[in-house]
Design a protein around this ligand. Structure first.
Ligand code: SF4
Length: 246
């Protein structure tokens, strides 16, 4: 909508004048990646307390944009910018929250960043990430849509596990959970490919299953992981030795 940006920022300003906590939220693509520093600055300019970066997910609306998923390097750079900004705010006593969603490999990247920048906190961070347990679709996250249909999370509208207009949520979720929920609640999940061999599986829990499912297999490795084989502890291929030239 023409004028949409100005209208949205006016809304932010009015909320802040009434001292309401406000968040900015964007889905990362290769097109808006260059704007991330400006968005983080906008947050300061308007005294916004929360920033949420959503990685693109290949399901629902995300599927149409599959071809424009941010380049893996860009994703890493975006996350690093967010870690740095969050730490800057902590040091300056600014009360902000930075949240990322739809890519549980972010936890592993954060652990690497902490290791490189403040190794004294690494142990605690790893403990907290393990306690968090990574992707929680169908376990710690539920989605109830506008018709009352219950899904394992926002990106799972293709699968329904009950309807709150017909059953109590406690029955759908806890007392008689659908087999899909039971499967998703395994920890760590029985995931194939590089996720299955990854040393961080119990921190990440195999990341986002709908992205794997978009490729045809719910238990396949997550194609949205941006970590290298070395970073996830896979053996490295041996270097080919050059033959001596006579
Ligand atoms: S390889 Fe899989 S389990 Fe490991 S960090 Fe990446 S997405 Fe997570």
């Amino acid at each position: 909508m023409k004028g949409g940006f100005a209208a949205a920022m006016h809304g932010v300003k009015l909320c802040r004048e009434k001292d309401l906590r406000v968040g900015l939220r964007t889905t990362l693509t290769q097109f808006n990646f260059p704007q991330l520093p400006d968005l983080l600055d906008l947050m300061r300019e308007y005294d916004v307390q929360k920033y949420y970066l959503s990685h693109l997910n290949y399901s629902g609306r995300g599927k149409r944009n599959h071809g424009v998923d941010a380049h893996r390097n860009m994703t890493r750079q975006a996350m690093t910018q967010i870690f740095e900004r969050a730490w800057e705010d902590v040091q300056n006593g600014i009360d902000t929250d930075f949240v990322s969603g739809n890519n549980d490999a972010d936890g592993v990247l954060l652990l690497q960043w902490i290791t490189a920048n403040m190794p004294e906190h690494r142990e605690q961070m790893e403990r907290m990430l393990r306690a968090w347990g990574g992707n929680a679709s169908g376990a710690g996250i539920a989605n109830i849509d506008n018709l009352g249909l219950v899904h394992p999370d926002t990106y799972w509208w293709q699968e329904t596990v009950g309807n709150v207009r017909e059953q109590r949520f406690a029955d759908i979720w806890l007392n008689k959970p659908d087999p899909l929920l039971v499967e998703l609640r395994q920890h760590p999940r029985p995931i194939k490919g590089r996720c299955g061999e990854c040393q961080w599986l119990s921190i990440c829990n195999g990341n986002t299953r709908t992205r794997a499912w978009a490729g045809g297999d719910m238990w396949a490795e997550d194609p949205g992981c941006y970590l290298t084989d070395a970073e996830i502890g896979l053996p490295q291929p041996e270097l080919i030795q050059a033959m001596p030239v006579n």
